[in-house]
Structure formats: C-alpha cells, structure tokens
Design a protein around this ligand. Structure first.
Ligand SMILES: Nc1nc2c(c(=O)[nH]1)N[C@H]1C(S)=C(S)[C@@H](COP(=O)(O)O)O[C@H]1N2
Ligand SMILES: [Mo]
Length: 235
C-alpha cells in the first residue's frame, strides 16, 4: 500500500503544526462555523455563513507534503470537493469572470497563497472540516481548510476565510514572500519555490524544521481544542 514518497521528501512520524514562523502565534478568531468570503473578479461578492452547507460530503485519505521536506502519510480528511463547491455555489452565486483563472486564498491568521483555478478543480482538492474522524483542530486548520495533496503544504491554507478571483495578467504575487511561493507548487515536479530550484531548496529548508516545529508547538499549547462547522459534521 505504501507508495514511494515524492522527490526529496522524508516521512515524518508526526503531523506537525507548521508554517512560516510569523504565523506560529496567530490563531483563528472564529472556529464554530465555516464562514467564507468570496471577492475579486466576481459578478457578486459572497459572504457565506456555512460554505459547505448542502454540498455532497466525501472522505479522502492522502499524504501531506511540506515544502521543507517532511511528509506525513495517510491523513483521513472529510469535507467537500472544491470542484463541487465551485459548480454548485461559486459559479451560480458569485459568477466569477471567465478570465479570473488565479485564486488567492487567505486564512484567518493572515496567511496567504494562490492557486490556479485549474489546479483547485482537481478532484482531490477539498474544503475539509474534519480530520481522522473528528472536527479539524485549531492546530490543523479549524474550522475549514483547503487540502490540496498534490501541492506542497503551503497551498493547503488553514482557517480558510477568503477566496479572491484574480486576473492572472497582473502576474502572480499573492503572498508577501512571493519568492518562496511557487504559483503551482506541484510536489511531483518538485516546484518548491519560485526562484531557486527545488533540489537546492531541500537542503536550505531541511535545517529549519526542528526550530519551526518547536515554535509552533509551544505557541499552540492549550489552544488545540477542536471545533466543527455548524451543520457540516458528518454523523
Ligand atoms: N492559515 C495558515 N495556513 C497554513 C499555514 C499557516 O501558517 N497558516 N502553514 C502552511 C504550511 S507551510 C504547512 S506545511 C501546512 C501545515 O499544516 P498543519 O499545521 O496542519 O500541519 O499548513 C499550511 N497552511
Ligand atoms: Mo510547509
């Protein structure tokens, strides 16, 4: 059952709470419902109170690959396929411009990245509110996170609160540290960053793992109680 890990990745025994250290101390303000804002190149801006309401729920097991080279195997996510959310909510209600093929994603903690709409519509990309049979914990993205298993972990935005449709003609610059943020970040292609080659970034990122893990773990302390989406929980 165990497939080889993608190039440059090593298996981790722990699913670390992780990210850029500037986000270690930041936590979501709202964890009891999956509110989501849809803005940008859309016909109508949306303020959804429960983004997953009424949509078909699925369960999916996938490996998780952080760009710094740790991978954690076989996480069991539950939620809604992004493509279903797109077809059943975004297209009819927000009606994005056909030319807005870049989507900026933002978490409640201020973390940002972008994905090509085409990548978001892959069948394994989820809006997830449950992990391993429980509501997603604050540590791992409560109340709602993106899960994009074919892309490095930084595309899987936790505490997802806003999605913004953009015209790609303006260029890809979504996060503050855009040199680290590859527009696609496909794990199979080792697209770790925008500027330096993936194989080189392996060696630059790997030494940062222990310090980052301990900063995120310390900051989390007693903040890891889980919450779920109103009405979204599978029974
Ligand atoms: N909102 C938000 N999303 C985020 C991050 C973050 O700091 N804040 N870190 C990213 C990175 S670099 C990784 S590897 C994964 C880590 O997910 P985890 O903390 O659930 O293990 O979340 C990604 N999504
Ligand atoms: Mo990461």
């Amino acid at each position: 059952m165990s497939t080889p890990l993608p190039p440059g990745q090593r298996e981790s025994a722990t699913f670390h709470r992780f990210g850029l250290t500037q986000f270690a101390q930041r936590f979501p303000n709202h964890t009891s419902s999956c509110a989501l804002e849809v803005i940008g190149s859309v016909t109508r801006t949306l303020h959804l109170v429960d983004a997953l309401q009424g949509l078909p729920r699925i369960e999916q097991t996938s490996d998780f690959h952080c760009v710094t080279t740790w991978s954690y195997r076989a996480l069991r996510w539950e939620g809604v396929r992004f493509v279903d959310f797109y077809n059943q909510v975004l297209l009819p209600q927000a009606a994005p411009q056909a030319s807005a093929t870049l989507v900026a994603l933002r978490g409640q903690d201020g973390a940002r990245t972008g994905m090509l709409l085409e990548d978001l519509l892959a069948p394994d990309v989820l809006l997830a509110d449950r992990l391993d049979g429980e509501p997603i914990s604050v540590d791992h993205g409560a109340p709602l996170r993106l899960v994009a298993p074919a892309h490095y972990g930084y595309k899987s935005v936790k505490h997802l609160s806003r999605i913004e449709f953009r015209e790609p003609s303006a260029g890809y610059r979504v996060s503050g540290l855009s040199f680290m943020d590859h527009p696609r970040a496909r794990v199979a292609n080792e697209e770790r960053g925008r500027v330096l080659p993936g194989w080189l970034l392996r060696y630059l990122y790997r030494p940062l793992i222990p310090g980052t893990v301990s900063r995120f773990a310390k900051a989390s302390q007693s903040r890891n109680a889980g919450t779920g989406c109103s009405g979204g929980a599978a029974t």
